[in-house]
Design a protein around this ligand. Structure first.
Ligand code: PYC
Length: 292
């Protein structure tokens, strides 16, 4: 029987499963190079760790690349960056006694981010450079901005939907159709959709699960749009609320104002929920997860 050691946490309600031992050998090289090998040769591992019967669609995986690198993945694919997941990783490393309050460098597949573990347990992530690619894209009856914050997003303010938790089925259906429309409309890279109602958002992730947190990379993309439109000043605080009412705070600084590139900082809190070993029995027909 193979065993994989994991620590589960949630950040603002969104779960992260950090694989701390028993992951596949991805050789030497950068995290981006390791991600390419993970994607190509170890998709069964991604599924086995996250899919039913061991996991659920909501879980986001984080494969720890010692000492502080990480590959993020979800029920559908690998993610470039993950804001809530990075906060969960930092709290996990602190829980293991491997890091102390202060600043830490985390290498992700799309660049290095800087995490600060504060004395009160909250975590700030200085994310990868973020920008808006296209404003007011109108496609298939949906209008929104396309922006990058470590992942690609279609951000919609004008949608006529009720952003309440009781309405997640309808929101999921709407956002899924919006994703198809924006992909068909010339933005195949977009795999997340966000709907806004004031401070609150609804985020649909690539595998059709909705983000219980306000989404760190999505909030970074939002900051890039607000900055480009002059709707939020450099250094000012944005409070971003999720569909379940949890919050991140966020701010940005300009990296290149002429090109609309910002450096976002996202702050949130994570809590450990489990320390466990996943067991893979070679006789179990569903050891690699139930395929969709
Ligand atoms: O917090 O960046 C994030 C995120 C991406 C997908 C789920 N959460």
């Amino acid at each position: 029987m193979k065993r994989v050691q994991v620590i589960d946490s949630h950040t603002a309600g969104e779960p992260t499963r950090v694989v701390i031992a028993g992951g596949p050998d991805l050789g030497g090289g950068s995290v981006a190079e390791k991600l390419a090998i993970f994607r190509e040769r170890h998709d069964d591992f991604r599924r086995a760790v996250l899919a039913e019967p061991r996991g659920s669609d909501v879980l986001v995986g984080a494969l720890l690349i010692e000492p502080t690198g990480v590959i993020f993945f979800d029920n559908a694919c690998c993610l470039g960056m993950c804001g809530h997941g990075a906060i969960g990783l930092v709290v996990t490393l602190a829980h293991l006694g491997r890091i102390a309050p202060g600043e830490h460098r985390i290498e992700t597949a799309v660049g290095v981010v800087t995490a600060t573990l504060h004395a009160d347990g909250s975590v700030s992530i200085v994310n990868v450079p973020s920008h808006r690619k296209a404003k007011a894209v109108n496609t298939g009856g949906f209008t929104g901005d396309v922006a990058y914050g470590g992942n690609w997003f279609f951000l919609i303010d004008d949608h006529g939907q009720q952003l309440h938790r009781a309405n997640v089925d309808a929101l999921t259906d709407f956002a899924w159709r919006a994703r198809r429309a924006v992909n068909a409309g010339g933005f195949p890279e977009v795999d997340h959709v966000i709907l806004y109602d004031g401070a609150r958002n609804f985020v649909l992730c690539p595998g059709k699960a909705y983000d219980r947190s306000p989404c760190g990379t999505g909030t970074s993309a939002r900051l890039a749009c607000l900055a480009a439109d002059g709707r939020l000043a450099e250094g000012a605080t944005l409070v971003q609320e999720s569909i379940i009412g949890s919050e991140f705070t966020a701010r940005y600084r300009w990296l290149d104002r002429a090109r609309g590139i910002i450096e976002p900082t996202i702050t949130g809190t994570a809590y450990i929920t489990a320390e466990t070993a996943l067991v893979f029995d070679e006789h179990d027909p569903y050891r690699s997860g139930i395929l969709p």
